[in-house]
Ligand binder design. Structure first.
Ligand code: ATP
Ligand code: MG
Length: 453
C-alpha cells in the first residue's frame, strides 16, 4: 500500500479531519455492469438522493461486478441516518440491529440493506448508544455515523470499499481498492492486527473472499491470522454459525476448507473435525467429497441443506464418541444417542446449531444404521422417511470415501428404481431377513439394537 494512503488511513482512523480525495473512475473506464442493477435498488438510490441525501452502492456488488461476476446482493450506503431512511420509505422500511444499526427496505420478498455512513470513534466518543469496545479491542457496537470518506476506511478490505454513484455511473475509490481488484488482491484497510482485533470475523471473511474470488491474501493481511485465530473464541456461537453458512453454502466450499485449515481457523469452527484431531483418512475424504458435492449442486441450482454438511463434518467425531461409549459397555443404540448428545454439545460451544438443522442432522445419522437393515417392510417405511434421500446420499459418500465396504449404496439405488415385485425380490435375495418378525413375547422387553452402520 502506498505511503500516502497509509498516512491517509491512519489519519482517518485516529479522527484526523483532513478529507482524503477519492479517485473517481468515470463510467466507461470501469467494467461495472450497470444493467445488472435491479429496479428496486435504483428506487432506493433515487429516493434517497431526491430527498437530499448521498446514496451509493457499495461492497460485494461492486467488487463482484468489477471482476465479471453478476452482482446479486446490493448493499447501499447513505448519509441519511436510520430514522431519516425510514422517513423516506415509511411503508416498507424497518430498522434492525443493535451492534450495527441499519435499515431494511423491503420490495415484495426482496430486502435491501441500507446503512448509514460509519465514522471514526475515538475513545472519548465511545458510549453505550454509539460505539463500544471490549477489553480485547473488539468493536461491540459501531453506530457512530460519519462521512463517505470515513465510511470507506471503516470497511474491511480495500476491494469491499468501492462506491458506485448511480447519478453519473462513476466508481469512487478512497483506498486503492480498484487497483487491488485488478491485481486480484485481498488487502485489509489499515493495520491488519488492529482490524482483526476489532472484529475477529474479518479473518473468516478474508478466507471466504479469497476462496470465492480466487484472490491472493496480501502477505501483511495474511500474516497475523494464525496467531490471532484464538480471538474467534470471543465471537458468539450464533454469529459463527451464520459465517459457517456463508463459508460453506456460497458455492466454493471446496476452496474454503483447505484455507480454513491452513490458517488454523477450522479448529475454532469445527474443533472436533480438524485433520489433526480427526486423523482418519476416510473422514477427510468424506469431507472433501461432501464439499465437492455441495458446490456441484449449487452450481446446478439444486438445493442444499446445512444439515447434510454438518452431518458429514461431524461424522468422524460421532464415530469416535460412539465407539468410546460402547467400549464402556453401553448398548449400541443408547451409546449412539449419548454420542450424538456429546458431539452436538461440544459443537455448540463453537457454533450454534439451530434446531431446524440439528434435528435433521440427527436423523441422517440415525438412518445410517437403519439403512443396513433391509426387510421389505422396513425398506418401504425407510424410503418414505423425509430424511431418506439425505441419508442415502451420505451412505454413498461413505462408500465412495472408503469408510464402509461398497455394495449397500448400490443396493439402495436399485431399490429406489425397482417396482413392487422387484423390491420384494431384492429384499428376498438378501436371504431370510425379509420374513415377518415374530411378535415380541414381553411387552417391555428392550428393543433389539441395530448393527453398527
Ligand atoms: P457478500 O455479500 O458477497 O458476502 P459483501 O462484501 O457484500 O460480500 P457483506 O457481509 O454483505 O459482504 O457486507 C457488505 C459490506 O459491508 C462489505 O463489502 C464491507 O464493505 C462491509 N463489511 C461487512 N462486514 C464487515 C466487517 N466485519 N468489518 C468491516 N466491514 C464490513
Ligand atoms: Mg453483501
Amino acid at each position: 500500500m502506498p505511503k500516502r494512503l497509509i498516512k491517509k488511513i491512519k489519519g482517518l482512523l485516529s479522527g484526523n479531519t483532513e478529507t482524503p480525495i477519492a479517485r473517481v473512475i468515470p463510467r466507461g473506464e470501469h467494467d461495472f455492469p450497470e444493467e445488472d442493477i435491479r429496479r428496486s435498488v435504483l428506487t432506493v438510490l433515487d429516493g434517497l438522493t431526491d430527498a437530499g441525501y448521498e446514496a451509493y452502492l457499495v461492497g460485494g456488488s461492486i467488487r463482484d461486478g468489477l471482476i465479471g461476476l453478476h452482482p446479486k446482493d446490493f448493499d447501499i450506503a447513505t448519509s441519511a441516518t436510520p430514522e431519516q431512511i425510514k422517513a423516506v420509505f415509511p411503508r416498507n422500511c424497518r430498522l434492525i440491529g443493535r451492534r450495527f444499526r441499519l435499515a431494511h427496505v423491503r420490495f415484495g420478498r426482496e430486502i435491501l440493506e441500507v446503512a448509514t455512513f460509519r465514522g471514526c470513534h475515538s475513545k472519548s466518543e465511545t458510549n453505550e448508544n454509539h460505539s463500544s469496545q471490549s477489553e480485547e479491542g473488539m468493536l461491540l457496537r459501531d453506530n457512530v455515523f460519519g462521512t463517505l470518506d470515513e465510511d470507506a476506511v471503516r470497511r474491511d478490505f480495500t476491494a469491499n470499499a468501492l462506491y458506485y454513484r448511480h447519478t453519473d455511473g462513476a466508481v469512487l475509490d478512497y483506498v486503492d481498492g480498484y487497483e487491488d481488484i485488478l491485481h486480484r488482491t485481498l488487502r485489509l484497510i489499515g493495520d491488519p492486527e488492529q482490524r482483526y482485533r476489532e472484529d475477529p470475523v474479518r479473518m473468516l471473511r478474508a478466507v471466504r473472499f479469497a476462496a470465492k474470488l480466487d484472490f491472493d491474501i496480501e502477505p501483511k493481511t495474511a500474516a497475523p491470522i494464525r496467531e490471532l485465530s484464538d480471538l474467534l473464541g470471543l465471537i458468539p456461537a450464533a454469529r459463527l454459525f451464520e459465517e459457517v453458512l456463508k463459508l460453506f453454502l456460497g458455492g466454493y466450499a471446496q476452496a474454503v476448507w483447505p484455507l480454513l485449515v491452513e490458517y488454523e481457523l477450522a479448529r475454532w469452527l469445527f474443533p472436533q473435525s480438524v485433520p489433526e484431531v480427526n486423523n482418519e483418512p476416510g473422514m477427510q475424504a468424506m469431507i472433501d467429497l461432501a464439499l465437492r458435492n455441495t458446490d456441484h449442486r449449487l452450481a446446478q441450482g439444486k438445493p442444499v441443506t446445512p444439515a447434510f454438511l454438518l452431518a458429514v463434518l461431524l461424522w468422524g467425531p460421532l464415530q469416535m464418541a460412539w465407539k468410546k461409549e460402547q467400549e464402556k459397555g453401553t448398548h449400541a443404540t443408547p451409546a449412539l444417542q449419548k454420542a450424538i448428545q456429546k458431539v452436538i454439545s461440544e459443537q455448540t460451544q463453537s457454533t450454534s446449531i439451530p434446531k431446524r438443522f440439528g434435528i435433521p442432522m440427527r436423523e441422517i445419522w440415525e438412518l445410517q444404521g437403519r439403512l443396513a437393515q433391509r426387510s421389505l417392510k422396513r425398506c418401504e417405511s425407510l424410503v418414505q422417511h423425509p430424511r431418506f434421500r439425505a441419508a442415502y446420499d451420505m451412505l454413498l459418500l461413505r462408500e465412495e470415501a472408503g469408510e464402509i465396504e461398497p455394495g449397500l449404496g448400490q443396493w439402495w439405488t436399485q431399490y429406489q428404481e425397482a417396482d413392487a415385485e422387484e423390491r420384494a425380490n431384492l429384499c428376498q435375495s438378501l436371504g431370510g431377513s425379509n420374513k415377518p418378525r415374530r411378535r415380541r413375547r414381553y411387552k417391555n422387553r428392550r428393543r433389539s439394537t441395530p448393527p453398527n452402520p
